[in-house]
Design a binder for this molecule. Structure first.
Ligand SMILES: Cc1cc2nc3c(=O)[nH]c(=O)nc-3n(C[C@H](O)[C@H](O)[C@H](O)COP(=O)(O)O)c2cc1C
Length: 168
């Protein structure tokens, strides 16, 4: 893609950040069996039948080759109590999984405990889009629990206000 437009990067990020999302940690395993995980709010559902989801990763991520080589990923949708997980997996700490509860799911990929939902996916398409790589994954297994989901909007963490809105 070669579309050039002189937008102010920070201002564009601010505008895009008006769109509230949940927060996920996308996990995988490198070819030398190192566990990787990145905080990502680019996650979106795409198709129900078949069940397809997407997320995107910045090309300069040191974890990129692990997601490419693995050919699979797990979307871990964070619950309200997991802000600490979000901060940890969006940082550069060397041992991101230290002190994190998880079990190994399909193909030995880490599935985090205490999430609102998890989706274990097989990568079915990888698209080179601007400064990111877009991964589309077919969901092979999933689980969900009645935990309140963590929200991210306008550059800040938030909680869902659905109860208050319904009451109004
Ligand atoms: C709420 C939130 C959402 C994020 N979403 C993404 C995303 O969708 N894609 C991405 O590449 N980075 C995203 N990031 C930034 C990465 O989490 C961060 O760059 C992290 O260091 C990546 O790990 P790495 O150093 O292993 O690449 C997000 C960060 C935060 C706090």
């Amino acid at each position: 893609m070669n579309t050039k437009q002189a937008f102010d990067r920070l201002d564009l990020r601010k505008a895009l950040g008006s769109f509230g999302t949940g927060v996920t940690i996308v996990t995988a395993k490198s070819s030398d069996n190192r566990l990787v995980g990145v905080t990502a709010n680019s996650f979106s559902s795409v198709s129900l039948e078949p069940a397809i989801v997407l997320w995107s990763l910045q090309k300069n991520s040191p974890s990129l080759s692990a997601y490419d080589d693995c050919g699979r990923f797990v979307i871990n949708v964070l619950s309200l109590e997991q802000i600490g997980h979000s901060r940890r997996f969006s940082s550069q700490v060397p041992e991101k999984f230290q002190g994190i509860d998880y079990h190994l799911g399909l193909a030995g990929l880490p599935v985090l405990e205490g999430c609102a939902a998890t989706f274990e996916c097989l990568t079915v398409q990888r698209l080179d889009v601007g400064d990111h790589i877009l991964y589309l994954g077919q969901v092979e297994a999933y689980q969900h629990q009645e935990h309140s989901a963590l929200i991210y909007v306008q550059g800040k963490y938030a909680r869902s206000a659905s109860a208050e809105l319904q009451a109004a």
